[in-house]
Design a protein around this ligand. Structure first.
Ligand code: CO
Ligand code: ZN
Length: 332
């Protein structure tokens, strides 16, 4: 599990440029499912037909997003410094002292007008990227080029550190669940989605096209377990969180109780999640067509949307167990 998370975290893939991460995930699906395809926007879709009959199965869409937050160059000045805009919910207060990497391997260091140290949260307008150029002609990046946060993958015991655990850890959980799922009465539509971070766009079209009867997102969620955190009853290491509500979705009670009873029956630790900001691909699919009962299995993650995110590998392992047991059973 840890190796798979590390592998996926090492691949470049800001929203809108998910080709490399899609190519990295696809080989892991070989032999696990009946069909793998990409749709027109780049969502990677793996279909696994029901393996035990009875006819009580549903069409269940599972979604983990492949894309990650990043920055995009808006202007290169005469000295070769780049101004940029954000791709997804990038926090400007977390940028100083960090680096990004462009698709072509060029690195960029964040700078702040007037001083290297921010006394307060800097506005986007006061920040720039130093891409190692001595002038505009010399810069190896241009307007429209994108970069992702670069930090080496780290681990201390079961605690994992990376810039893009959101949502590569969810992609790893989905792959591992497909590996471990031996039999299911359901048609499984496992989707590695594009462009979640800019507004759940890939899930919107995939959800429409696939017409699922039930939908589950697998994504990270915030925690309330660090100094003076906003109170929230989710902590690292206490199991996957079953979402009750976030900013754009109220989980369907039937989906929630299906997940809770799978956890209880198999003694899998879990937490209940109410997230007061942010959402997941489930929000988009829930309101697709005539409506899809939806829920989310969340992996607790500290410092989400900063270049240093921290999660616990045991929560990922237990998220896999939760998914496998739920998917092996009928819905209530
Ligand atoms: Co995110
Ligand atoms: Zn996410």
């Amino acid at each position: 599990m840890r190796e798979l998370i590390e592998e996926l975290c090492s691949v470049y893939g800001p929203s809108g440029q998910e080709e490399r991460i899609s190519e990295a995930i696809a080989p892991h699906l070989d032999g696990l499912v009946d069909e793998v395809r990409s749709d027109r926007l780049g969502n990677l879709i793996a279909v696994k037909h029901p393996t035990d009959g009875g006819g009580n199965g549903k069409r269940i869409m599972l979604a983990a997003h492949m894309d990650e937050i990043g920055v995009m160059v808006t202007h290169v000045d005469a000295q070769g410094f780049c101004r940029f805009t954000t791709i997804g919910g990038v926090l400007t207060s977390s940028l100083i002292g960090n680096r990004v990497e462009f698709a072509n391997g060029v690195e960029g260091a964040f700078g702040l007008e007037g001083s290297a140290i921010a006394r307060e949260r800097p506005t986007l307008q006061k920040l720039f990227l130093d891409v190692g150029a001595t002038g505009k002609e010399d810069a190896q990046v241009q307007v429209g080029d994108t970069a992702v946060f670069r930090s080496s993958f780290g681990a201390v015991g079961d605690r994992l550190f990376a810039a893009n655990l959101d949502d590569r850890i969810g992609c790893a959980v989905l792959i591992q669940a497909l590996r471990e799922l031996e039999s299911s009465p359901h048609e499984i539509l496992a989707v590695f989605t594009v462009q979640e971070e800019v507004g759940t766009r890939g899930a919107t079209t995939a959800g429409y096209g696939l017409e699922p009867e039930i939908m589950l997102a697998i994504d990270v969620t915030a925690t309330g377990d660090f100094p003076q955190a906003t109170p929230m009853e989710v902590a690292l290491g206490k199991g996957p969180a079953i979402k009750i509500m976030d900013r754009r979705m109220i989980a369907h009670p039937m989906v929630r109780s299906w997940l809770e009873s799978a956890a209880q029956t198999h003694e899998i630790p879990y937490q209940l999640e109410v997230l007061e900001y942010g959402t997941t691909d489930a929000a988009a699919v829930q309101v697709s067509r005539a409506g899809v009962p939806a829920g989310t299995v969340s992996i607790p993650c500290r410092y989400v949307h900063t270049p240093s995110q921290v999660a616990d590998c045991n929560d990922a392992r237990n998220a896999v167990r939760l998914l496998v047991n739920a998917l092996s059973s009928e819905l209530p």
